[in-house]
Design a protein around this ligand. Structure first.
Ligand SMILES: [Zn+2]
Length: 287
């Protein structure tokens, strides 16, 4: 038991977990058996893939994009177009100020966010199981910040910027001092973040790396905090099951892959990962 007690909402937002939630997961017969089996899978695993989405970063206080309390709960933006159009490659080309305003809003929601216990547990598992990979849809960079080394940011990273004309690239710690939209200091053309906008292709290097690692296969696949609507996000889970390997889902809600997984924890990411960590490393059921 870590002994840390949440004192207010702030503590939850940064840590993403509380002892009483973790204890409940380890005690509740509906989840305890599942967590124990997951711990035994990790005992035997020599490779693990974590597929992650907005639900993991939500425990760091980041809003999800859709759904209640989401960044884009409304059907249309104030610019009179759906968010999918505002955040599209087409809009970046035609009306960069509109596209960039919404990109900056996403960055503003990420700003100051720190990795939560879920990110930390994933990084710590990566220290013990050498071939651990993370496939994330999150553009907030929190997996690397937590210390994960093998991360495929399939939708890019909001802090990586590049010129739309010349080879100029940069990384910024935040957009705090960025003029929106930003223009290239070298050639004056529009600068864009290295994120995948709606209607754009996935980054070829990331796709290649993903395909290479999937071809090698994984002993265990986790799907965490994602509705798995994109085929390339659902595919590793489906492939694991087809190969007779365990696939584990952590999500409070049912998703597109719920029917395929071998273990399903209906819980938030950070406390569920902490519970798995304790069961694996301490063999701990709470006394
Ligand atoms: Zn340039």
């Amino acid at each position: 038991m870590s002994g840390t007690q949440p004192v207010d909402g702030e503590t939850h937002a940064h840590d993403g977990t509380e002892d009483r939630v973790v204890d409940a997961l380890l005690r509740d017969p509906a989840t305890a058996g599942s967590i124990e089996r997951i711990a035994r899978h990790l005992d035997e695993a020599r490779s693990v893939l974590f597929v992650t989405g907005a639900g993991l970063s939500a425990d760091s206080g980041l809003p999800t994009y859709r759904g209640s309390g989401g960044l884009y709960e409304e059907a249309d933006t104030e610019d009179g177009v759906p968010i999918e159009e505002a955040l599209s490659g087409w809009m970046l080309g035609r009306r960069p100020e509109v596209c960039w305003k919404h990109i900056a809003r996403i960055e503003s929601a990420c700003r100051g966010a720190r990795p939560n216990r879920g990110h930390e547990v994933i990084a710590a598992i990566g220290e013990r199981i050498e071939r651990t990979w993370v496939l994330t849809q999150n553009v907030d960079g929190l997996h690397r910040a937590a210390g994960s080394r093998h991360v495929i940011e399939i939708h890019g990273n909001v802090y990586a910027l590049r010129c739309t004309r010349c080879p100029e690239k940069s990384r910024v710690p935040s957009y705090a001092h960025l003029q929106i939209p930003p223009y290239c200091a070298r050639c004056g053309a529009l600068v864009r973040p290295e994120v995948v906008l709606f209607g754009e292709m996935l980054p070829p290097a990331a796709v290649e790396r993903l395909e290479r690692e999937l071809a090698r296969g994984f002993d265990v696949v986790f799907s965490i905090g994602t509705s798995s609507l994109f085929p390339y996000i659902a595919a590793p889970v489906v492939a694991a099951r087809a190969a007779g390997r365990p696939a584990i889902e952590i999500n409070p809600e049912p998703t597109a892959v719920s029917a395929y997984v071998s273990e399903r924890l209906r819980a938030r990411a950070a406390p569920a990962l902490e519970a798995i960590w304790r069961a694996w490393t301490l063999g701990a059921s709470p006394s």
